[in-house]
Design a binder for this molecule. Structure first.
Ligand code: PGA
Length: 254
């Protein structure tokens, strides 16, 4: 089964609106000729509308880093799926480990957020991953099983056929310490078999599974050679347009 690779950049809490515009302009210039890779950047909420103008009619798509699951209401400081959509986002990252860790996001909240995204026609990128302690205690698969099963509780395969899964081992995020090819291979295979068991063989074959955690131009080619890796979710190395462009053009180094 051929799945279109996706390289997604998570800009986290970096870049003001004008800075995001500058980086997006440079990225768009570098990626004009890319046709075989889906490209996405997720700037901060306040930069979404500005960056939307820059990436319009280019191969670069826009994503948000989070949402709140209620449709609207008295939820001071929160942002709904419809607001993201109206700002130009096509994707939304949900359940990033930094949200789980620092903002106490539970699998139950993640599930509601995915429901809100799907309802608003935003493509969710569901992040899962074990901590170092969980890996040391050999609880990696158990952790991932719970995050996938509880995060996608109540969904039928048709509702999530466009969903993207991102495996991001917490210990590899922002540490410079990427997971090894063998570790990534093992987990991605496990996730695909889990999707097959919980949903359907068709869904398991269609869903793209990205790897995230210290992805850089130096390791992207090795990661993309792994059969069940369909792309990458990139943090630090996506902040610089030239470095990110090198990652997007991984097939020139394959
Ligand atoms: P990193 O972050 O590439 O800086 O490790 C990845 C992520 O948090 O998505």
């Amino acid at each position: 089964m051929k799945r279109t690779p996706m390289i997604a950049g998570n800009w986290k809490m970096f870049k003001t609106g004008p800075e995001a515009v500058q980086t997006a302009l440079r990225l768009v210039a570098g990626c004009r000729d890319v046709t075989d890779v889906d490209i996405m950047i997720a700037p901060a909420f306040v930069a979404l509308s500005l960056v939307a103008q820059i990436v319009k009619n280019t191969p670069v798509r826009l994503g948000a880093q989070n949402l709140y699951f209620e449709k609207q209401g008295a939820f001071t400081g929160e942002i709904s799926a419809d607001m993201l959509k109206a700002a130009g986002a096509a994707y939304v990252i949900i359940g990033h480990s930094e949200r789980r860790q620092h903002f106490f996001e539970t699998d139950e909240a993640v599930c509601k957020k995915i429901r809100a995204a799907v309802t608003a026609n935003l493509t969710p990128i569901l992040c899962v991953g074990e901590t170092e302690a969980q890996r040391d205690q050999e609880k990696t698969f158990l952790t991932l099983d719970k995050q996938v099963s509880d995060g996608l509780q109540g969904f039928g395969p048709d509702e999530i056929k466009d969903l993207i899964l991102a495996y991001e081992p917490v210990w590899a995020i922002g540490t410079g310490k990427s997971a090894s090819v063998a570790q990534v291979k093992e987990v991605h295979q496990y996730l695909r078999s889990l999707l097959e068991k919980r949903f359907s063989p068709d869904l398991a074959q269609t869903i793209r599974i990205l790897y995230g955690g210290s992805v850089k131009p130096e390791n992207i080619a090795d990661l993309m050679r792994i059969e069940d890796v369909d792309g990458a979710l990139v943090g630090g190395a996506s902040l610089d347009a030239d470095t990110f462009t090198k990652i997007i053009k991984f097939d020139t180094i394959l």
